[in-house]
Design a protein around this ligand. Structure first.
Ligand code: C2O
Ligand code: CU
Length: 460
């Protein structure tokens, strides 16, 4: 059993200088294409990145050496991507959280060959939300993502525009791709697998948008942070060093019905959250990850007892006061009480789902377009898993029979599975059918996904 435990806890609190400014990923520029499409050019390439003093690190990126630009689209846009693969092996880009035709999904059946260009195209038809993109090559997703292929994909719409939330990109609307990485003595990424490898790669340094120990200069009273857990396996329990409260305004699939005030927020790999934080002039405060409070369940995994400093916020002497925190936000998920066409259950354990490992040529089931399904998902062993479904947003109806906590009351596409608890998820599948091309469902701890904790379904 000892092999499953870290030997020492990480505690970086108070030990980081925060002497680098937080990098803000550039916004991707769109050209115009046929039928008014907005066309984004994305080149996947290898390069070198200076994360720290000493040698540069060999990394991968999109339109650059590490990470990729933030892609910003509006509901109703016809979008097209030219995804060029300049690596020495095939890879893919998957649009995590997007409702789209399965052939455009960028999953393991839509890989881009070396030197090739893939041109997915679809009309954005979903509410404003913070999504992201990353590779999805079966067996190599963890490796390709760890090397740096990750970016944000923001969807805007009129509902969110009308709310007067902080919304100036890089000023008071801040992307935060949070990743852990380990470095070897030559500053190269190291794929360290503690805990006997049970979770995959876990690093001991935290990067935000590729910056280690960053600070962000706050100039407005309210700041919206778009948080992505972009780690392969690490769980974060976000909070601030002075215990201040903040407001969760959106989860994976978009706005909550109303802001939820808290001082802690869990995000498992692949999950996103938009939070609004209030600052006073001249303040300094650190965003941290706190030890897990899951006691006898996740508490077993001592790797999650880390106390980590992530980013320092430094407020200017005077702050402008433009955005407000609205009392109500979006419409609450509405799938509870709807007629359920089909129930299914999924047990995750030992790199398998329902006792089966992913096979590229096996489709597990078909769902009917336009119908509501309820999926009951359980984590049947003691390790952290989560559950992600392509193409849809889902509503968490219940956790162990009870009403879910507020962070799970909004739309989700990825949900953390606390060992032993039962999660009932309701989802409605709609249009974009191609009965021959599958979508994926899987654990988003990327090593688990690569090892086979994934399955395929089609929409009929
Ligand atoms: Cu974020 Cu199937 O992926
Ligand atoms: Cu898992």
């Amino acid at each position: 059993l000892g092999a499953y435990y870290f030997t020492a806890k990480q505690d970086t609190a108070g030990k980081i200088a925060f002497d680098r400014a937080l990098a803000i990923p550039p916004l991707a520029e769109a050209g115009s294409g046929a039928s008014g499409a907005r066309v984004f050019q994305l080149g996947i390439e290898a390069g070198e990145t200076r994360f720290k003093d000493g040698p540069a690190t060999r990394t991968w990126g999109v339109n650059g050496a590490y990470l990729g630009p933030t892609i910003r689209v509006r509901r109703g846009d016809l979008v097209e991507f030219a995804v060029r693969n300049d690596l020495d092996r095939e890879t893919s880009l998957h649009w995590h959280g997007m409702h789209l035709p399965a052939v455009m999904d960028g999953g393991p059946h839509q890989t881009v060959p070396v030197g090739g260009t893939w041109r997915p195209r679809w009309t954005v038809d979903q509410p404003a939300a913070t999504l992201w993109y990353h590779p999805h090559v079966h067996g190599s997703t963890a490796d390709h993502t760890y090397r740096g292929l990750t970016g944000l994909l923001i969807v805007d719409d009129e509902v969110t525009d009308a709310l007067n939330l902080p919304s100036e990109y890089g000023i008071d609307d801040i992307p935060m791709i949070v990743q852990d990485r380990a470095f070897d003595g030559d500053n190269q990424f190291e794929q360290r697998v503690p805990l006997g490898g049970s979770l995959g790669v876990i690093g001991d340094e935290i990067l935000v948008n590729g910056t280690i120990g960053p600070h962000f200069d706050v100039t407005t009273r309210l700041v919206r942070l778009r948080l992505l857990n972009g780690s392969n396996a690490r769980l974060y329990n976000f909070g601030f060093s002075d215990g201040r409260r903040f407001s969760l305004v959106a989860t994976d699939g978009g706005l909550l019905a109303e802001p939820w005030e808290t001082d802690r927020l869990y995000l498992s790999p692949g999950e996103r959250a938009e939070i609004v934080v209030a600052f006073e002039p001249g303040e300094r405060v650190e965003l941290r990850s706190y030890p897990s409070e899951h006691g006898g369940t996740l508490g077993r995994l001592e790797g999650f007892d880390d106390l980590l400093d992530i980013c320092q916020f430094r407020a200017a002497g005077t702050l402008s006061d433009t955005a407000e925190l609205p009392a109500t936000l979006g419409a609450a998920p509405d799938l509870a009480g709807q007629a359920v066409a089909q129930e299914r259950s999924f047990a995750l354990a030992s790199d398998q789902i329902n006792g089966q490992a992913m096979a590229m040529d096996r489709i597990d089931f078909g769902v009917r377009e336009g119908t509501v399904e309820v999926w009951e998902v359980t984590n049947d062993n003691g390790y952290l898993h989560n559950f992600h479904v392509h193409d849809v947003r889902f509503q968490v109806l219940s956790v162990d029979g009870g009403t879910p906590e507020p962070p799970l009351r909004g739309w989700k596409d990825t949900v953390m599975l606390v060992p032993g608890k039962r999660y009932r998820l309701a989802m409605r599948f709609s249009d974009h059918t191609d009965p021959n091309v599958p979508y994926m469902y899987h654990c988003h701890l990327l090593q688990h996904e690569d090892n086979g904790m994934m399955g395929q379904f089609v929409v009929l």
